[in-house]
Ligand binder design. Structure first.
Ligand SMILES: C[S@@+](CC[C@H](N)C(=O)[O-])C[C@H]1O[C@@H](n2cnc3c(N)ncnc32)[C@H](O)[C@@H]1O
Length: 280
Protein backbone atom coordinates (compact mmCIF):
# COMPACT_ATOMS: atom_id res chain seq x y z
CA UNK A 1 0.00 0.00 0.00
CA UNK A 2 1.18 3.53 -0.70
CA UNK A 3 0.63 6.44 1.67
CA UNK A 4 -2.13 8.77 0.48
CA UNK A 5 -1.65 11.52 3.01
CA UNK A 6 -0.64 12.04 6.63
CA UNK A 7 -1.62 14.64 9.19
CA UNK A 8 -0.32 14.96 12.74
CA UNK A 9 -1.86 17.61 14.96
CA UNK A 10 -1.79 18.62 18.59
CA UNK A 11 -2.38 21.60 20.82
CA UNK A 12 0.13 23.14 23.22
CA UNK A 13 1.20 20.73 25.92
CA UNK A 14 -0.02 21.55 29.42
CA UNK A 15 3.26 20.16 30.80
CA UNK A 16 5.76 20.58 27.93
CA UNK A 17 8.83 19.81 30.03
CA UNK A 18 7.34 16.45 31.03
CA UNK A 19 7.20 15.20 27.43
CA UNK A 20 9.55 12.42 26.33
CA UNK A 21 11.40 12.43 22.99
CA UNK A 22 10.41 13.10 20.26
CA UNK A 23 7.81 15.41 21.80
CA UNK A 24 10.21 17.83 23.51
CA UNK A 25 9.59 20.35 20.75
CA UNK A 26 7.60 20.58 17.56
CA UNK A 27 10.85 20.84 15.62
CA UNK A 28 11.86 17.44 16.97
CA UNK A 29 8.48 15.94 16.10
CA UNK A 30 8.68 17.32 12.56
CA UNK A 31 12.15 15.85 12.07
CA UNK A 32 10.87 12.40 12.97
CA UNK A 33 7.77 12.75 10.79
CA UNK A 34 9.87 13.96 7.84
CA UNK A 35 11.97 10.81 8.22
CA UNK A 36 8.85 8.81 7.36
CA UNK A 37 6.84 11.12 5.12
CA UNK A 38 9.11 13.95 3.95
CA UNK A 39 9.53 12.32 0.54
CA UNK A 40 5.82 12.41 -0.36
CA UNK A 41 5.01 14.70 -3.29
CA UNK A 42 4.12 17.77 -1.21
CA UNK A 43 7.07 17.33 1.11
CA UNK A 44 6.42 17.72 4.82
CA UNK A 45 4.55 20.93 5.70
CA UNK A 46 4.48 22.07 9.29
CA UNK A 47 2.30 24.82 10.71
CA UNK A 48 2.01 26.46 14.10
CA UNK A 49 -1.31 28.27 14.28
CA UNK A 50 -2.40 30.65 16.98
CA UNK A 51 -2.61 34.22 18.10
CA UNK A 52 0.61 35.51 19.73
CA UNK A 53 -1.62 37.48 22.09
CA UNK A 54 -3.03 34.21 23.47
CA UNK A 55 -0.06 32.41 25.05
CA UNK A 56 0.26 28.63 25.23
CA UNK A 57 -2.69 28.09 22.92
CA UNK A 58 -1.14 27.00 19.65
CA UNK A 59 -2.19 24.35 17.19
CA UNK A 60 0.65 22.33 15.68
CA UNK A 61 0.03 20.56 12.41
CA UNK A 62 2.23 18.44 10.19
CA UNK A 63 0.89 17.54 6.78
CA UNK A 64 2.28 15.61 3.82
CA UNK A 65 0.51 14.07 0.88
CA UNK A 66 0.96 12.38 -2.43
CA UNK A 67 -0.29 15.28 -4.53
CA UNK A 68 -0.74 13.06 -7.57
CA UNK A 69 -3.87 11.65 -5.92
CA UNK A 70 -5.44 15.09 -5.51
CA UNK A 71 -8.05 16.52 -5.71
CA UNK A 72 -9.01 14.72 -2.51
CA UNK A 73 -12.53 13.61 -1.65
CA UNK A 74 -14.70 15.97 0.40
CA UNK A 75 -13.64 15.60 3.99
CA UNK A 76 -13.86 17.45 7.27
CA UNK A 77 -11.99 16.75 10.49
CA UNK A 78 -13.00 18.40 13.77
CA UNK A 79 -10.67 18.38 16.78
CA UNK A 80 -11.58 19.90 20.13
CA UNK A 81 -9.35 20.26 23.20
CA UNK A 82 -11.11 21.17 26.45
CA UNK A 83 -9.60 22.13 29.80
CA UNK A 84 -11.03 23.12 33.19
CA UNK A 85 -13.90 20.66 33.02
CA UNK A 86 -16.93 21.40 35.17
CA UNK A 87 -16.47 19.25 38.31
CA UNK A 88 -19.98 17.76 38.16
CA UNK A 89 -19.48 16.81 34.51
CA UNK A 90 -16.02 15.42 35.31
CA UNK A 91 -17.38 13.34 38.22
CA UNK A 92 -19.19 11.08 35.72
CA UNK A 93 -15.78 9.76 34.66
CA UNK A 94 -14.83 8.41 38.11
CA UNK A 95 -15.60 4.76 38.79
CA UNK A 96 -18.21 4.24 41.51
CA UNK A 97 -18.68 1.30 43.86
CA UNK A 98 -22.03 0.53 42.25
CA UNK A 99 -20.28 -0.80 39.16
CA UNK A 100 -20.60 2.53 37.30
CA UNK A 101 -18.91 1.55 34.07
CA UNK A 102 -17.90 2.93 30.69
CA UNK A 103 -21.35 2.31 29.17
CA UNK A 104 -22.97 4.43 31.88
CA UNK A 105 -20.33 7.15 31.48
CA UNK A 106 -21.10 7.27 27.75
CA UNK A 107 -24.82 7.68 28.44
CA UNK A 108 -24.76 9.93 31.53
CA UNK A 109 -22.22 12.35 30.09
CA UNK A 110 -24.19 12.87 26.88
CA UNK A 111 -21.42 11.39 24.72
CA UNK A 112 -23.95 8.98 23.20
CA UNK A 113 -25.96 11.98 21.96
CA UNK A 114 -23.09 13.76 20.17
CA UNK A 115 -23.56 11.69 17.01
CA UNK A 116 -26.16 9.08 18.02
CA UNK A 117 -25.48 6.94 14.92
CA UNK A 118 -21.98 6.12 16.15
CA UNK A 119 -21.30 2.61 17.36
CA UNK A 120 -19.14 3.20 20.44
CA UNK A 121 -16.43 1.09 22.02
CA UNK A 122 -15.82 2.72 25.42
CA UNK A 123 -13.35 2.06 28.23
CA UNK A 124 -13.16 3.28 31.83
CA UNK A 125 -9.85 3.63 33.66
CA UNK A 126 -9.35 2.91 37.34
CA UNK A 127 -9.98 4.94 39.46
CA UNK A 128 -10.96 7.49 36.81
CA UNK A 129 -10.56 8.39 33.16
CA UNK A 130 -12.37 7.41 30.02
CA UNK A 131 -11.62 6.70 26.36
CA UNK A 132 -13.84 5.77 23.47
CA UNK A 133 -13.66 5.11 19.76
CA UNK A 134 -16.76 5.44 17.58
CA UNK A 135 -17.53 4.33 14.04
CA UNK A 136 -20.39 4.85 11.63
CA UNK A 137 -19.75 3.96 8.00
CA UNK A 138 -16.57 5.83 7.08
CA UNK A 139 -16.90 8.26 10.00
CA UNK A 140 -14.65 7.81 13.02
CA UNK A 141 -14.62 9.60 16.35
CA UNK A 142 -12.60 9.39 19.51
CA UNK A 143 -12.79 10.90 23.00
CA UNK A 144 -10.28 10.83 25.86
CA UNK A 145 -11.09 12.25 29.29
CA UNK A 146 -8.79 13.08 32.20
CA UNK A 147 -11.26 14.18 34.88
CA UNK A 148 -8.92 14.95 37.79
CA UNK A 149 -9.40 18.43 39.20
CA UNK A 150 -6.48 20.79 38.58
CA UNK A 151 -5.47 19.30 35.24
CA UNK A 152 -8.74 18.08 33.80
CA UNK A 153 -8.82 17.63 30.06
CA UNK A 154 -11.04 16.15 27.39
CA UNK A 155 -10.46 15.77 23.68
CA UNK A 156 -12.93 15.06 20.92
CA UNK A 157 -12.11 14.23 17.33
CA UNK A 158 -14.33 13.23 14.44
CA UNK A 159 -13.56 12.71 10.76
CA UNK A 160 -14.78 11.05 7.60
CA UNK A 161 -18.42 12.17 7.72
CA UNK A 162 -20.53 14.12 5.26
CA UNK A 163 -20.29 17.72 6.48
CA UNK A 164 -23.60 18.56 4.81
CA UNK A 165 -25.32 16.15 7.19
CA UNK A 166 -23.90 17.63 10.40
CA UNK A 167 -24.22 21.25 11.50
CA UNK A 168 -20.89 22.52 12.82
CA UNK A 169 -22.16 24.82 15.57
CA UNK A 170 -24.66 22.31 16.93
CA UNK A 171 -22.01 19.58 17.01
CA UNK A 172 -19.61 21.79 18.98
CA UNK A 173 -22.39 22.60 21.46
CA UNK A 174 -23.28 18.92 21.96
CA UNK A 175 -19.63 18.17 22.76
CA UNK A 176 -19.40 21.10 25.20
CA UNK A 177 -22.56 19.95 26.98
CA UNK A 178 -20.74 16.76 28.01
CA UNK A 179 -17.80 18.50 29.68
CA UNK A 180 -18.66 22.20 30.23
CA UNK A 181 -15.00 23.26 30.01
CA UNK A 182 -13.67 26.62 31.14
CA UNK A 183 -11.64 26.84 27.95
CA UNK A 184 -11.59 25.02 24.67
CA UNK A 185 -10.09 25.13 21.22
CA UNK A 186 -11.57 23.83 18.02
CA UNK A 187 -9.63 23.03 14.87
CA UNK A 188 -11.28 22.08 11.63
CA UNK A 189 -9.60 20.82 8.50
CA UNK A 190 -11.63 20.91 5.31
CA UNK A 191 -10.66 19.31 2.02
CA UNK A 192 -12.62 19.59 -1.19
CA UNK A 193 -13.41 23.31 -1.09
CA UNK A 194 -14.91 25.93 1.24
CA UNK A 195 -18.25 26.62 -0.36
CA UNK A 196 -19.89 23.26 -0.04
CA UNK A 197 -18.81 23.11 3.57
CA UNK A 198 -21.77 25.30 4.66
CA UNK A 199 -21.51 25.87 8.38
CA UNK A 200 -17.99 24.40 8.46
CA UNK A 201 -16.18 27.44 7.17
CA UNK A 202 -17.53 29.82 9.81
CA UNK A 203 -16.74 30.67 13.43
CA UNK A 204 -18.71 28.73 15.97
CA UNK A 205 -21.05 30.92 18.04
CA UNK A 206 -21.43 29.31 21.42
CA UNK A 207 -23.61 30.58 24.28
CA UNK A 208 -21.53 31.33 27.36
CA UNK A 209 -18.18 31.42 25.54
CA UNK A 210 -16.19 34.21 23.95
CA UNK A 211 -13.81 33.65 21.07
CA UNK A 212 -10.24 34.67 21.90
CA UNK A 213 -8.58 33.94 18.58
CA UNK A 214 -9.37 32.80 15.08
CA UNK A 215 -6.65 31.70 12.67
CA UNK A 216 -6.97 30.29 9.18
CA UNK A 217 -4.39 28.52 7.07
CA UNK A 218 -4.49 27.14 3.53
CA UNK A 219 -2.91 23.74 3.00
CA UNK A 220 -1.71 22.01 -0.18
CA UNK A 221 -4.32 20.29 -2.32
CA UNK A 222 -7.08 22.83 -1.80
CA UNK A 223 -7.52 22.28 1.89
CA UNK A 224 -7.87 24.80 4.66
CA UNK A 225 -7.61 24.75 8.42
CA UNK A 226 -9.33 26.96 10.96
CA UNK A 227 -8.26 27.15 14.61
CA UNK A 228 -10.23 28.98 17.27
CA UNK A 229 -9.82 29.36 21.02
CA UNK A 230 -12.68 30.13 23.41
CA UNK A 231 -13.00 30.98 27.09
CA UNK A 232 -16.16 30.73 29.16
CA UNK A 233 -17.64 34.05 30.26
CA UNK A 234 -17.91 34.56 34.03
CA UNK A 235 -21.33 36.11 33.65
CA UNK A 236 -23.21 33.85 31.31
CA UNK A 237 -26.09 36.25 30.65
CA UNK A 238 -23.95 39.22 29.70
CA UNK A 239 -21.65 37.13 27.55
CA UNK A 240 -22.05 37.99 23.90
CA UNK A 241 -22.44 35.10 21.53
CA UNK A 242 -18.98 34.13 20.42
CA UNK A 243 -19.66 35.12 16.84
CA UNK A 244 -19.91 38.76 17.86
CA UNK A 245 -16.49 38.83 19.43
CA UNK A 246 -15.03 36.67 16.69
CA UNK A 247 -15.20 39.54 14.22
CA UNK A 248 -11.89 39.77 12.34
CA UNK A 249 -9.06 41.03 14.51
CA UNK A 250 -6.46 43.33 13.01
CA UNK A 251 -3.94 41.34 11.02
CA UNK A 252 -0.93 40.36 13.08
CA UNK A 253 2.57 40.59 11.72
CA UNK A 254 4.34 37.36 12.47
CA UNK A 255 8.03 37.11 13.17
CA UNK A 256 9.83 33.95 12.19
CA UNK A 257 12.73 32.25 13.87
CA UNK A 258 14.79 29.30 12.80
CA UNK A 259 13.48 27.07 15.56
CA UNK A 260 10.07 26.53 17.03
CA UNK A 261 10.47 25.76 20.69
CA UNK A 262 7.82 24.52 23.04
CA UNK A 263 8.06 27.80 24.90
CA UNK A 264 5.49 28.76 22.29
CA UNK A 265 6.81 32.25 21.68
CA UNK A 266 5.46 31.58 18.22
CA UNK A 267 6.23 30.97 14.68
CA UNK A 268 7.97 29.03 12.08
CA UNK A 269 10.75 28.11 9.73
CA UNK A 270 9.69 29.13 6.26
CA UNK A 271 12.40 27.46 4.24
CA UNK A 272 11.82 24.08 5.83
CA UNK A 273 8.15 24.31 5.10
CA UNK A 274 7.00 25.80 8.40
CA UNK A 275 4.49 28.58 8.24
CA UNK A 276 2.69 30.43 10.92
CA UNK A 277 -1.04 30.86 10.48
CA UNK A 278 -2.31 34.36 10.17
CA UNK A 279 -4.53 35.65 12.93
CA UNK A 280 -7.73 37.30 11.80
C1 LIG B 1 -8.25 8.74 29.26
S1 LIG B 1 -6.73 8.23 29.81
C2 LIG B 1 -5.63 8.65 28.52
C3 LIG B 1 -5.77 7.71 27.47
C4 LIG B 1 -4.69 7.83 26.44
N1 LIG B 1 -5.00 8.83 25.51
C5 LIG B 1 -4.54 6.48 25.80
O1 LIG B 1 -5.15 6.28 24.76
O2 LIG B 1 -3.86 5.65 26.40
C6 LIG B 1 -6.28 9.41 31.00
C7 LIG B 1 -7.06 9.27 32.25
O3 LIG B 1 -7.08 7.94 32.69
C8 LIG B 1 -6.47 7.84 33.98
N2 LIG B 1 -5.73 6.59 34.02
C9 LIG B 1 -5.88 5.60 34.94
N3 LIG B 1 -5.09 4.56 34.67
C10 LIG B 1 -4.41 4.88 33.55
C11 LIG B 1 -3.43 4.21 32.76
N4 LIG B 1 -2.98 3.01 33.09
N5 LIG B 1 -2.94 4.83 31.68
C12 LIG B 1 -3.38 6.05 31.32
N6 LIG B 1 -4.31 6.72 32.02
C13 LIG B 1 -4.81 6.16 33.13
C14 LIG B 1 -5.62 9.08 34.12
O4 LIG B 1 -5.44 9.40 35.50
C15 LIG B 1 -6.47 10.09 33.39
O5 LIG B 1 -7.52 10.56 34.17
Amino acid sequence: MTVFSVKYSRGSFIFPSAQPAPHRSFTEEVTVLNGFFGKLATGGRAYVMGDPMVPNRKWHVYFASNESIFPPPRMVTLEMCMTGLNSESASVFFKKDDGHNAKQMTKLSGISDILPEMEICDFEFDPCGYSMNGIHGQALSTIHVTPEDGFSYASYEVMGFNPGAVEYNALVERVLRCFKPAEFSVAITVFGGHKWADSWGRSAAVDGYASRSHVEQEIPGGGFMMYQCYSSCPNYYSCPKAVKVAAPLPKQIMHCWEEVEESEMCCAVEKKGFTFGEAR
